[in-house]
Design a protein around this ligand. Structure first.
Ligand SMILES: NC(=O)c1ccc[n+]([C@@H]2O[C@H](COP(=O)([O-])OP(=O)(O)OC[C@H]3O[C@@H](n4cnc5c(N)ncnc54)[C@H](O)[C@@H]3O)[C@@H](O)[C@H]2O)c1
Length: 282
């Protein structure tokens, strides 16, 4: 079998938010897990939602891969610790961490939104990646290095009218990548922050309904991106081909920001359902 990135063969890779909604387009996490599996990696699919996680597991088993699913809430520090320890115990020390788990609530700013929603966004999107990194870095140091891909957002760069808390959490990924690079670069760890634009995923992408024409027209390529187009960038940045890329943020938005100020999204897109709530697979 031809492996595009042979360095990932038998390496342990954690992808958070790698579940996929049955019957919908894949998530960025799933697309990433699939590409690592295709390159021979030993992948841990982490998701809070059992239905979504099991669905990804079944899809990958159907393609001849044997990933492991770990159900864990990336908004809960204890569960993050347990997840990392379980990966290390059952699969071996993690070489790659991809933090794709994320949520957002559209429409209310941080003053108006219920405190519990504000806390939850910061717990999952900001504290989650921070504690995942805190969990894996000691293993990476012990084993001579590792790769971290944080999944930020175009919204780490601009205000799209979505809640401050989401943008705050995504902007923080820039600083987290920089800090890890600065503190652990000499120990063989590279960390970068991949910032998607509008991506047609089953949850945060198409799951929120039709793509507003006005928004599409502002994207230079006149379309949403595919989850694979983000996964490709993640794999490249974790690979030896990107051996000197460290602590940086990479915008993958089809030229959306190239056109200037993106439109406000809050009036057009309904909220995502909380993935902790089980949904039927219809
Ligand atoms: N889709 C886009 O347009 C877009 C744009 C910019 C950034 N992003 C970012 O990319 C990442 C992935 O987005 P997506 O579109 O694939 O989303 P998605 O909703 O399709 O998939 C996200 C997955 O994460 C899981 N998840 C959510 N909260 C979790 C938690 N607390 N613990 C563990 N798993 C959890 C969900 O169950 C789901 O399976 C997110 O961080 C998002 O902010 C997405």
């Amino acid at each position: 079998m031809y492996l595009r990135y042979p360095e990932f063969k038998d390496k342990v890779v954690i992808v958070t938010g790698a579940g996929s909604i049955p019957g919908k387009k894949p998530s960025i996490g799933y697309a990433t897990a699939q590409k690592f599996a295709k390159n021979g990696a030993n992948v841990a699919i982490v998701d809070v939602n059992e239905t979504y996680g099991t669905h990804s597991l079944e899809l990958l088993y159907g393609q001849g891969f044997e990933p492991t699913f770990i159900q864990a809430d990336m908004g809960d520090k204890l569960q993050i610790k347990e997840m990392v320890n379980r990966v290390n115990g059952e699969l071996g020390p993690p070489f790659v961490l991809v933090t794709a788990a994320g949520i957002e609530k559209v429409g209310q700013n941080f003053v108006e939104m219920p405190e519990q929603d504000l806390d939850r966004i910061l717990d999952v999107n900001l504290a989650g990646p921070l504690y995942c990194c805190r969990g894996v870095i000691p293993y990476m140091v012990q084993n001579g290095g590792g790769r971290i891909a944080l999944v930020g957002s175009i919204q780490g760069n601009v205000t799209l009218g979505e809640p401050t808390s989401y943008q705050l959490s995504k902007a923080a990924m820039k600083a987290l990548a920089r800090n890890i690079a600065f503190e652990y670069g000499s120990m063989g760890i590279r960390a970068n922050n991949i910032e998607p634009g509008a991506i047609a995923t089953g949850g945060m992408g198409e799951g929120r309904g039709p793509f507003p024409e006005e928004m599409r027209s502002r994207i230079a390529m006149n379309r949403r991106g595919h989850p694979d187009e983000i996964a490709n960038v993640i794999l490249f940045h974790c690979s030896e081909e990107a051996s000197y890329v460290n602590g940086t943020s990479i915008l993958v938005d089809g030229g959306w920001l190239a056109g200037g100020t993106p439109m406000k999204v809050s009036d057009n897109i309904p909220n995502d359902p909380d993935p902790r709530v089980k949904t039927s697979s219809k």
